[in-house]
Design a protein around this ligand. Structure first.
Ligand SMILES: [Zn+2]
Length: 274
């Protein structure tokens, strides 16, 4: 088995808002074309530590990326590094902290915003450093990378949901509407991605609270969604008699399996079709 994978990390999206507000993804769920799992994010419930967790499978307390202000390369093998070493093509349209973790730190916008270098872990990148960079633009950046470079692994990482959560809180129309907006954008792309033989995962790093922040253990900060879409997933539902418990540290290994990479990352075999 060898597949291509698109990982979408909708920054700051919590589980209840994903479940209630994203009508297109829910339409796929109703037709059994997607499955939604609930994940407790690792701690602290902050962005940079959890980018590292999602992309390497290593918890913040073990990776050393324990807050947003640690600006250095990751010390661990990531989906990007494993894929590049094994001859795959990697790409990301993502916040600049992702470039700092896997390509070069600190980020230099003039040098790094548009990256094309086969020797880097993320070979094709479009990185941004504005929290209000429009999600529409970010998805267009990602689609441009996909159509131009046909990456085996593509990370798509928009920031508007998190940005509006920091401005208005988790219990706000602005936060919920930003999730609805991301759902509409996704509806433009997902059919085309599936037709191009990508497996698609939509998840989040952490949730949001009503103090316009996140970082702790409140359920609204910690419970995040993981939608899986594609024919290589088992689509065993999370609410059958034996619910499958998915850990955020296992997303990396799941994607490595899908990409047919040699790796030693943990993953949940039950999530994959036989
Ligand atoms: Zn945030």
């Amino acid at each position: 088995m060898s597949n291509k994978v698109i990982l979408i990390v909708l920054d700051g999206l919590n589980y209840p808002v994903a479940r209630d507000c994203m009508g297109y993804l829910n339409g796929l769920l109703e037709q059994q074309r997607a499955t939604l799992y609930s994940i407790q994010c690792e701690l602290p419930s902050m962005s940079r530590p959890l980018y590292e967790c999602i992309l390497t499978g290593v918890r913040p307390v073990d990776s050393g990326i324990v807050n947003n202000h640690i600006v250095r390369l990751s010390n661990h093998q990531s989906i990007f590094s494993l894929a590049k070493q094994q001859g795959k093509t990697t790409a990301a349209a993502a916040y600049h902290w992702v470039s700092e973790l896997y390509n070069r730190a600190p980020y230099d916008a003039v040098r790094d915003r548009f990256t094309h270098d086969e020797s880097l872990n993320i070979q094709h990148g479009c990185f941004y450093h504005w929290d209000h960079y429009p999600d529409e633009a970010l998805f267009l950046d990602a689609e441009h990378l996909r159509l131009t470079h046909q990456p085996d692994f593509l990370l798509v990482h928009p920031m508007n949901i998190d940005d509006l959560g920091h401005k208005y809180g988790v219990d706000s129309r602005q936060y919920r509407n930003s999730a609805r907006h991301a759902d509409i954008i996704l509806s433009h792309y997902i059919d085309g991605w599936l037709a191009a033989d990508y497996q698609v995962i939509v998840t989040s790093d952490h949730g949001m609270n009503n103090d316009l922040s996140h970082g702790g253990i409140l359920p609204e900060e910690r419970e995040v969604p993981m939608f899986v879409i594609g024919n290589q997933f088992s689509h065993h539902s999370a609410d059958t008699q034996k619910p499958i418990e998915v850990k955020q540290t296992e997303i990396c290994g799941l994607i490595c399996q899908l990409l047919n990479l040699e790796h030693n990352k943990p993953y949940t075999p039950e999530l994959l079709a036989l």
